[in-house]
Write a protein that binds this ligand. Structure first.
Ligand code: HEM
Ligand SMILES: *[C@@H]1O[C@H](CO)[C@@H](O)[C@H](O)[C@H]1NC(C)=O
Ligand SMILES: *[C@@H]1O[C@H](CO)[C@@H](O)[C@H](O)[C@H]1NC(C)=O
Ligand SMILES: *[C@@H]1O[C@H](CO)[C@@H](O)[C@H](O)[C@H]1NC(C)=O
Length: 542
């Protein structure tokens, strides 16, 4: 489908090229004058590729489809421009992109000079139909309003509700056990792909955190009977995940082809948007109807928790009663919090399975602190008492940042502190409207910043010298004014689930040789070569 789209776009563009060559030259001259008056020098420019400059777009769409988009940024800059070039201008068809893996520039855009920058309209307008206007999908004043509304929610300790997480870890264990059957003759269970299990678990946790009622994708039998709301169909708990995933997939395609978005059919997408809205709308209406009695109602409907629990929708409804706002803000947080955390937990196990030494050390530390049951795990000790856990999480985020690419657009003529001149250490001019790609992944792959072992998974690098001081070369949660609000919650959730799974499994001893295993029922986690987060769980009966 992408190729015919590109051909249509190309025909359209060839016409546009002929018409606009002259105005483009004038614009370039104007930019040169502005740059000179600001003592800026131009950044190096990558070569145009392919017919009319579409080559790079095609290459990057191809790399993205192979799940190697972030790697493509690194390999194309390294091979075409050199390892020590960090800021480049990338011409694509009739527009240009700046890409910078220089932390000094990234800091300027996200933090020190953030008033000159905003997220691109392409991003917010793409996501808006699915999730509405919220903190994630808005720009300018509207974003400021959203951020001020939801931010205080994330500074409250109650958001790190371990009981809530535990309620959904038990069904995760059941799902793992169910999926690891049958045990083979040699004592090993069949291969289990943990990743979809983590997605379901985070969906269950996040919907409960936000609305008070979990979708229970892991254990549909636990779904409570919901009250009836006149005129509203009950929320479709069985399919909400499917609608969100399908809507997001469509948005990603549309985002990649942003300039030609009008060529994409929208019927299916509209259906998914309507379903996602209807889902959230139901809880919003229930909250508006029940008012302060919402929590009490949840307790009665679900038979769970106390009526003093922390539910995001309930807290937001104390600040605004606008149903559209409540729907949009909660959906924004649902999307920001669900896939990201599931992917992080998946990557942690991907690396643990391949590094038995790290697995064992982390397991020893966790068991020393918490023993073998969930009872002793509490928020503060989880956060502070196992430094190796923090190192493992950081290292997983460094090797595989869950959001590997970010971007900003200059909202007025401005200057990036570096990238210009022969050595890339002079300021460069950036005209209003210019988009800049922030390849988070590429910054964590710079050998000059991280050392020769940059490609190795090595949690110890975070301990050396009593804790690495990191700045904008490590921004898995973004940075500056739009920094992730859920960072602490995501870290708590990941750490909790890791502790619980390490309690469930034995140390990895002689993974190749189950006969030497201790005399008891146990699971170990094996290293599985190839790509993708797939971990084989072994169950050995001796
Ligand atoms: C491993 C898990 C997570 C990662 C890697 C992550 C990463 C990020 C990043 C990179 C941004 C910044 C986007 C930008 O600069 O444009 C962001 C923003 C945000 N995140 Fe997270 N996030 C995670 C989990 C969560 C969770 C669990 C929640 C909420 C429950 C959450 C809520 C948000 C919100 C509301 C924003 C928007 C902030 C704004 O634009 O002002 N995130 N996240
Ligand atoms: C995840 O949840 C969905 C919805 O309940 C279910 O159909 C699917 O089987 C679950 N996935 C796994 C791997 O258990
Ligand atoms: C911030 O932007 C202004 C132009 O708006 C520029 O003069 C200044 O050098 C920039 N500062 C940094 C730290 O990037
Ligand atoms: C993990 O995989 C690597 C490479 O595939 C292999 O050399 C190593 O022995 C494996 N480790 C275990 C514990 O199986």
């Amino acid at each position: 489908m992408i190729i015919p789209l590109l051909i249509c776009g190309t025909l359209f563009l060839s016409l546009k090229f002929l018409l606009s060559a002259r105005s483009k030259r004038l614009l370039a001259e104007e930019h040169d004058l502005k740059a000179t008056s600001r003592k800026c020098s131009p950044a190096p420019r990558m070569a145009k590729k392919g017919f009319l400059g579409f080559g790079r777009l095609i290459e990057s769409v191809k790399a993205t489809n192979e799940g190697k988009g972030p790697q493509y940024v690194v390999s194309s800059i390294n091979s075409e421009m050199g390892h020590d070039v960090h800021t480049v201008i990338v011409p694509i068809a009739d527009y240009e992109l700046i890409t910078t893996r220089d932390p000094v520039n990234v800091q300027a855009m996200l933090a020190t000079n953030s008033s000159d920058w905003d997220v691109g309209e392409a991003r917010t307008a793409s996501w808006q139909p699915l999730f509405g206007d919220g903190v994630f999908t808005s720009r300018g004043e509207e974003w400021k309003h959203s951020r001020a509304l939801v931010r205080p929610q994330f500074t409250k300790d109650q958001i790190n509700d371990l009981d809530l997480i535990e309620r959904h870890v038990k069904p995760l264990f059941d799902a793992i056990d169910r999926n690891s059957l049958p045990t083979n003759e040699d004592g090993w269970t069949s291969v289990v792909d943990l990743q979809p299990l983590f997605y379901n678990m985070t969906m269950d946790i996040t919907t409960e955190l936000i609305y008070g009622y979990s979708v229970h994708s892991q254990n549909p039998d636990s779904r409570s009977v919901l009250p009836t709301l006149p005129g509203l169909a009950p929320p479709d708990r069985a399919n909400i995940g499917i609608h969100m995933d399908a809507g997001k997939a469509w948005i990603e395609t549309r985002g990649a082809l942003w300039k030609y978005r009008w060529l994409l059919p929208t019927k299916q997408f509209n259906k998914h948007c309507a379903a996602v809205h209807a889902y959230a709308e139901w809880f919003v209406q229930l909250r508006l109807k029940r008012g302060d009695k919402y929590l009490e109602g949840i307790r009665q409907d679900t038979g769970q928790g106390s009526s003093s629990r922390y539910i995001l929708l309930d807290e937001l409804a104390k600040l605004t009663q606008d149903p559209v706002e409540l729907r949009s803000q909660t959906l924004n947080i649902l999307t920001a919090g669900r896939d990201t955390t599931a992917a992080l937990i998946g990557w942690i196990f991907y690396f643990l399975a391949r590094h038995p030494r790290v697995f064992n050390k982390l397991r020893d530390d966790c068991l020393r602190e918490f023993g073998e049951s969930p009872e002793n795990i509490e928020f503060k000790s989880l956060r502070d008492n196992i430094p190796y856990m923090t190192s493992v999480i950081n290292e997983a985020l460094r090797m595989a940042p869950v959001i590997p690419l970010n971007e900003r657009v200059a909202i007025r003529d401005t200057v990036l502190p570096r990238g210009g001149g022969l050595n890339g250490d002079e300021p460069m001019f950036v005209p209003q409207g210019q988009q800049v790609l922030i390849p988070t992944y590429a910054m964590t792959r710079r050998e000059d910043l991280w050392g020769a072992d940059v490609e190795e998974f090595k949690p110890e690098r975070w301990e050396e010298g009593g804790g690495r001081k990191h700045g904008f070369e490590f921004i898995p949660f973004g940075g500056g004014v739009r920094q992730c609000l859920g960072q602490q919650f995501a870290r708590t959730k990941a750490a909790y689930v890791v502790v619980r799974l390490l309690q469930k499994y034995d140390r990895i001893e002689n993974a190749e040789d189950p006969a030497d295993a201790p005399l008891k029922f146990h699971h170990t986690i094996e290293n599985r070569s190839g790509s993708g987060v797939q971990v084989r769980l072994h169950e050995v009966q001796c």
